[in-house]
Design a binder for this molecule. Structure first.
Ligand code: NAP
Length: 238
């Protein structure tokens, strides 16, 4: 029997990431860009557009992906729980309150949140866990993003900082954030001792890298048990 394609709904479908995710969904053989949720107008590249999360088409989706904004984050998580749909969220700028909401949602539905959906950042976090065991090093994270990015420092910089904090004794300096031009995302992690320096650098060359990761996460999450997952789970812990 022919396996049916995974039906995916994308919240924020009219945005930069939403459009990119729509293209990835249409290009893959196993997924459909079934519904694009927008605030107004049409979501180009999606089979249908909706402006309300309570629309019946959203209930039929196998999984939801949210790449809208922080302002609508809580309402979107709540709606996914009410609809009983697995949720992948890539929205950044979350506070402790938002993280708590994700934790509670994870008791009812499968939820995967990551401030960076690229496979490279998942690998970098693993590498940092090893390198940060070295003693007598100072650390500094730097990040560069396009001029439209709202949150500062980036969700990824905070995520990398949290990774370091799990392994480094003492206080870490705040990440340095630069905004300008059209940079998709550059993250550098400096390690500096009296005798040597190490610099890990990750560059997103386009938005496609995040879109591909988000769609891969959606495919993976669709049949999971309720729980709060990260990209680390996707790779079986690497
Ligand atoms: N996790 C990752 O790997 C990753 C990578 C890149 C970006 N991000 C994050 O993803 C988010 C989106 O980024 P972006 O660059 O795509 O931003 P963007 O271009 O501003 O897109 C956001 C879209 O969401 C729409 N939106 C806002 N509230 C909505 C609602 N309630 N229902 C439906 N649509 C709604 C906006 O519509 P209007 O235009 O009408 O306001 C806009 O089209 C940000 O938080 C960003 O930091 C995450």
């Amino acid at each position: 029997m022919k396996k049916s394609k995974l039906q995916v709904a994308v919240i924020g479908a009219g945005g930069r990431m939403g459009q990119e995710i729509g293209e990835v969904l249409s290009q893959r053989k196993d997924t459909r860009a079934q519904v694009g949720v927008v605030r107004k107008g049409e979501a180009s590249g999606f089979e249908r557009s909706e402006t309300s999360l309570s629309a019946p088409a959203l209930k039929k989706a196998d999984v939801w992906i949210d790449f809208s904004t922080l302002e609508s984050f809580s309402a979107n998580v709540k709606a996914a729980v009410q609809a009983g749909r697995p949720l992948v969220s890539g929205v950044t700028g979350l506070t402790e309150k938002h993280l708590k909401e994700l934790e509670l949602a994870g008791k009812k539905i499968p939820v995967l949140w990551s401030p960076n959906m690229s496979f490279g950042i998942a690998a970098l976090r693993k590498a940092l866990a090893v390198a940060a065991e070295l003693e007598d090093f100072d650390f500094q994270i730097e990040e560069f993003h396009h001029r439209h990015k709202k949150d500062k420092p980036s969700g990824t910089a905070i995520y990398l900082q949290k990774t370091l904090a799990q392994h480094v004794k003492g206080k870490l300096p705040e990440p340095l954030a630069v905004r300008g031009g059209g940079i998709f995302g550059v993250h550098k992690v400096w390690m500096m001792s009296e005798e040597e320096t190490i610099c890990f650098e990750h560059q997103a060359l386009n938005r496609r890298v995040f879109a591909k990761g988000a769609v891969q996460a959606a495919v993976w999450l669709a049949n999971r048990k309720p729980g709060l997952y990260t990209m680390d789970d996707l790779f079986g812990g690497f």
